[in-house]
Design a protein around this ligand. Structure first.
Ligand SMILES: Nc1ncnc2c1ncn2[C@@H]1O[C@H](COP(=O)(O)OP(=O)(O)OP(=O)(O)O)[C@@H](O)[C@H]1O
Ligand SMILES: [Mg+2]
Length: 277
């Protein structure tokens, strides 16, 4: 293995700041899967902006776009059709993460991008050996502090791969009436992953699109907190138009409007994630 750039850790152990490191020197990487089969609940918005603020707090972060819609890829200003290799090539085991990882508008934030090609992966992997652990294996020995995975709104094989790979499952929950309806299905899959596939991630719910003007948002938030207790982040993401506008400029909220309520909330979330370790 060739080492590119070197830095010295506190304990004197040399590691590279390129993406591959020797197993003895492996940094503690926290892998966070952002998943909920309910569409449009804020998974991608959370993936982009939490990643950004973790980087701004000095962490080295890889964001994996595991959704064929490629929204995280586009939201970080990368044209998903200009890509030669994507996470699809990783999932069908024709490439490794360093082969596909791209730099982004946020220095220190790498992205394993996606496009529609990924939609074929589930079928192609149907008979693959250990098909639920492909992503987990591909994420071993990478030199990131945090790896975030933006999952698609489904509970198919790609999402199972993200659940078997992660240390934490972050579940964005939109503060609206039907938000809790799909949760039991997701939690059943999480249980199945624990019992059959041997991974029991810490689960944390994130309340999103909170509208302080409505009593409904407050009622949903209260119910969720009463039920999930400490498994709910203290930070609440407000409904904020700036968060919805930023992706169309290919920018995280930090570059689009850093003083907006959405930006401040995601900054607080990053602090909470850092303190949760
Ligand atoms: N806090 C927010 N305030 C206002 N708009 C938001 C907020 N969070 C997300 N949005 C907008 O809501 C829509 C859905 O958000 P997002 O794409 O993050 O959800 P998702 O769960 O990733 O969706 P999908 O299930 O399709 O992948 C997007 O247009 C996004 O810009
Ligand atoms: Mg999404």
């Amino acid at each position: 293995m060739t080492w590119r750039r070197w830095k010295i850790l506190k304990d004197g152990c040399h590691v590279t700041t390129s993406t591959l490191i020797s197993p003895e020197c492996r940094l503690q990487t926290m892998i966070i899967s952002i998943a909920n089969q309910k569409g449009g609940c804020g998974k991608t918005t959370t993936a982009i902006n939490l990643s950004t603020y973790l980087v701004l707090k000095g962490k080295r972060v890889l964001l994996i776009d595991l959704d064929p819609q490629g929204a995280a890829t586009e939201g970080l200003g990368i044209d998903m059709w200009s890509l030669e290799k994507t996470i699809y090539d990783v999932m069908i085991e024709k490439a490794n993460i360093p082969d596909v990882a791209a730099t982004t508008v946020i220095q220190g934030l790498d992205l394993a991008p996606s496009n529609l090609n990924l939609s074929g992966a589930e079928m192609e992997l149907a008979n693959a050996m250990a098909r639920e652990y492909i992503l987990k294996n591909k994420l071993a020995n990478l030199s990131y502090d945090y790896i975030l995975i933006d999952s698609s709104p489904s509970l198919g094989l790609l999402t199972i791969n993200s659940l078997t790979a992660c240390d934490m499952l972050l579940i964005p929950l939109q503060c609206e009436y039907y938000a809790l309806a799909g949760m039991s299905q997701l939690l059943k899959v999480v249980e199945m992953v624990g019992a059959k596939l041997g991974n029991n991630p810490k689960c944390k719910v994130l309340l999103t699109m909170y509208d302080a003007r409505t009593t409904l948002s407050k009622q949903i938030a209260d119910r969720v907190r009463a039920y999930f207790k400490d498994e709910v982040f203290r930070t609440i993401i407000p409904r904020n138009v700036k968060l919805a506008e930023a992706p169309s400029f290919g920018k995280p909220i930090h570059l689009y409007d850093p003083s907006s309520a959405g930006a401040i909330a995601y900054q607080e979330l990053a602090e909470e994630v850092l303190n949760a370790q």
